[in-house]
Write a protein that binds this ligand. Structure first.
Ligand SMILES: Cc1ncc(COP(=O)(O)O)c(C=O)c1O
Length: 454
């Protein structure tokens, strides 16, 4: 056990946790840096501390001074915590869409909270940027933290997040997947990591409705649209974001984001916010497309406890029309899959291992149920078959029933996806049955890949 002389000493040095069940077993190792384990519950603690200490060093913040910020919430909590310890006043300007929990948290830590509309352009005098600027100008001894344009934001991640990721992966990292709010996390961490290993791929996850993906790909500033995920995506290009360091951007819908966040909580025990879902969705896809000897790191920016009345509330999700995947049956899921794969792809127990491997390669799958007519008799996995064949090449000519494993469990296709989750946690796949006859096969990965496209 250790003890520290101030809560602020606990900012940073967050642990990295392996993503086990949700990650494709044939893809890269996937690790999540759990930023909600910072004492203020988000990645923003790092920059709140760095920015305030920068103001102190530069003589901009004197005892009794005030720190003002426009913030979607987490920066406010971080700043409120830092100001509470250091004896400054914090005035936080928040969007009206920021969750109630975030406002209450900032107030609990002694900050003053001012609410502004989210649906006005950044240059409107009612926008949260404009209001924060006006309050700073009108308050004696006040400084604007200005996380969207303050170089100390990038610097905090360059000096802490980047080196921590490098050290925690022993330099093995091949790809980083992060979100872009102010852009500080991805820019600072990517700058450090690319200096260490220039061919690291930097992926950004961006909500549909944000302008950043289009801007990166076309150079055009388009009109953004509203989305429900908080903390990431923009309707302008922040000064703390260097898009030259970002190799690829993938868009994710609110529905996909919230669904993945809920799965991450239920299956990995990692309770992140909505943006966690956006980012982890991209990280799962990126890792699945890479090799098992490669390493992908992703960021969990904040805690899901801040969204209990939102994405973790079934009522709220239903109200927003976002719960369809929970009502989905395995049959509906199989139909989505059958647009890419014919009916049920299986192996015959009398076929050879070589034929089973060919079948997997043809359909780009890594496991198959073994069916003897209508009987579900066993299972084969590409990784096991290849390992056996490496040891003894003649295995390729043996019959499947000589080497197959236990059959996958059978479930009636009318069962709901949600009710089958526990089985899919225990087994990599399930065989779907209609009147006890096998008619389809669903894997864990299908649940992630297809349920959020409903
Ligand atoms: C919930 C959440 N996710 C992600 C981010 C993105 O981090 P950054 O601002 O460093 O780009 C933020 C920032 O506000 C956030 O609050």
């Amino acid at each position: 056990m250790f003890k520290v002389d101030s809560i602020l000493r606990l900012v940073g040095r967050t642990p990295m946790v392996r993503i086990n069940k949700l990650a494709d077993p044939n893809g890269a190792e996937l690790w999540a840096k759990v930023e909600y384990l910072n004492p203020g519950g988000s990645v923003k603690d790092r920059i709140a501390l760095h920015i305030v200490e920068g103001f102190e060093r530069d003589g901009l913040l004197k005892p009794g001074g005030t720190v003002v910020e426009a913030t979607s919430g987490n920066m406010g909590v971080g700043l409120a915590m830092v100001c509470a310890v250091k004896g400054y006043k914090a005035i936080l300007v928040m969007f009206d869409k920021a969750s109630d929990e975030k406002r209450r948290l900032a107030r609990a830590l002694g900050a003053e909270v001012v609410i502004c509309p989210a649906d006005v352009p950044a240059d409107d005098p009612r926008s949260y940027y404009s209001v924060a600027r006006r309050i700073t100008d009108e308050t004696p001894g006040a400084v604007l933290a200005n996380q969207y344009h303050n170089p100390a934001n990038i610097q905090a991640h360059y000096e802490t997040t980047g080196p921590e990721i490098w050290e925690q992966t022993d330099g093995r990292i091949d790809a980083l997947v992060a979100g872009m709010g102010t852009g500080g996390t991805i820019t600072g961490a990517a700058r450090y990591l690319k200096e260490k290993k220039p061919d690291i791929k930097i992926w950004a996850a961006d909500p549909y409705g944000s302008i950043l993906k289009t801007y990166k790909e076309t150079g055009e500033i388009t009109e953004g649209s509203q989305y429900l995920v908080e903390g990431i995506g923009d309707d302008m290009v922040p000064g703390a974001l260097d898009l030259d360091l970002v190799d690829e951007i993938a868009n994710v819908s609110d529905e996909e984001s919230f669904h993945v966040a809920r799965m991450l909580a239920r299956q990995e025990g990692i309770l992140g916010g909505g943006s966690t879902g956006t980012i982890v969705k991209v990280a799962l896809d990126v890792a699945a497309a890479m090799r098992p000897d490669q390493v992908v790191v992703t960021i969990i920016p904040d805690t899901g406890e801040r969204y209990l009345s939102k994405l973790y509330s079934d009522e709220w999700m239903r109200l927003k029309g976002l719960l369809s995947q929970e009502m989905m049956t395995l049959q509906q899921l199989a139909q989505l899959k059958s647009q890419e794969l014919p009916g049920i792809v299986s192996a015959d127990p009398r076929s050879t291992v070589r034929e089973a491997l060919d079948q997997m390669a043809t359909y780009n799958v890594s496991q198959l149920p073994v069916l003897d007519g209508p009987r579900n008799v066993g299972s084969v996995k590409e990784s096991n078959l290849l390992a056996l064949a490496l040891e003894e090449a003649t295995v390729l000519d043996r019959s499947v029933d000589d080497v197959m494993g236990e059959p996958f469990p059978m479930v009636e296709e009318s069962s709901s996806v949600t009710r089958s989750i526990q089985l899919l946690i225990e087994h990599p796949g399930v065989v779907l049955a209609r009147d006890s006859q096998p008619v389809g096969f669903i894997t864990r990965h299908d649940v992630i890949n297809y349920t959020d496209k409903s």
